[in-house]
Design a protein around this ligand. Structure first.
Ligand SMILES: Cc1cc2nc3c(=O)[nH]c(=O)nc-3n(C[C@H](O)[C@H](O)[C@H](O)COP(=O)(O)O)c2cc1C
Length: 191
């Protein structure tokens, strides 16, 4: 029997229309390996400012949608810029909403650093690792990569056409998919 496809939720930390991070993830969506469905999360700008007092039922619809999309995903792939040596506030806000929900607990996660400079965004990614530790996510180290993307690499379709970059992105998606496959438990003996 063909197993159901695994689902990877792609979350960009940038709200910018011409974002390199979002372009990378949109390209990743088109490069999802066989047996994998990749979905780009679109709701970053709709999330209310995190307030623990508001982490109650009924949740803000944007928060409920975020948590539902994370629950439905088998893995998460992040790509975020760094602002002033840290994670962008809007993206940290998203991460804060994931702490109380518990949907990320044990969830395989990885990130791609799209910074155009070889040492760029290192502080943001150190911080992301710390935050993900608090959310209980399982970091898939083999799928974390620095794939520099310059703004001129984004085509009019919003995707990255460069073959070298596309291969690097495809490798990340394959690494994440392989990790998920390794986690699938074979069916036990029928009694
Ligand atoms: C306000 C601001 C602060 C930034 N601070 C940093 C920084 O501390 N480190 C860094 O590597 N890049 C920094 N950058 C550069 C961004 O990370 C870079 O423009 C990146 O392409 C933005 O991602 P995006 O294209 O997905 O929007 C900063 C950009 C802005 C607008």
């Amino acid at each position: 029997m063909v197993p159901p496809p695994t689902r990877i939720l792609l979350i960009s930390g940038s709200l910018r229309a011409g974002s390199t991070n979002t372009a990378l993830l949109r390209t990743a969506q088109t490069l999802a390996p066989d047996g994998t469905i990749a979905v780009v999360y679109e709701g970053l700008g709709e999330l209310p400012l995190f307030n623990p007092d508001d982490d109650t039922v009924p949740l803000h619809p944007a928060v409920a949608d975020l948590r539902k999309q994370i629950s439905q995903a088998d893995a998460l792939l992040f790509s975020t810029p760094e602002y002033a040596g840290a994670l962008p506030g809007s993206f940290k806000n998203l991460l804060d909403w994931t702490v109380g929900g518990g949907e990320t607990y044990g969830k395989p996660v990885a990130w791609v650093n799209a910074s155009g400079s070889p040492t760029g965004a290192a502080d943001a990614h150190r911080s992301l690792r710390t935050v993900l530790g608090y959310t209980g996510s399982g970091i898939v180290e083999e799928a974390c990569a620095h794939i520099p993307v310059v703004r001129s690499a984004i085509g009019s379709d919003g995707l990255i056409a460069d073959d070298v970059v596309r291969q690097q992105i495809a490798d990340v998606m394959s690494a994440l998919a392989s990790d998920l496959q390794g986690r699938v438990q074979p069916p036990g003996p029928r009694g």
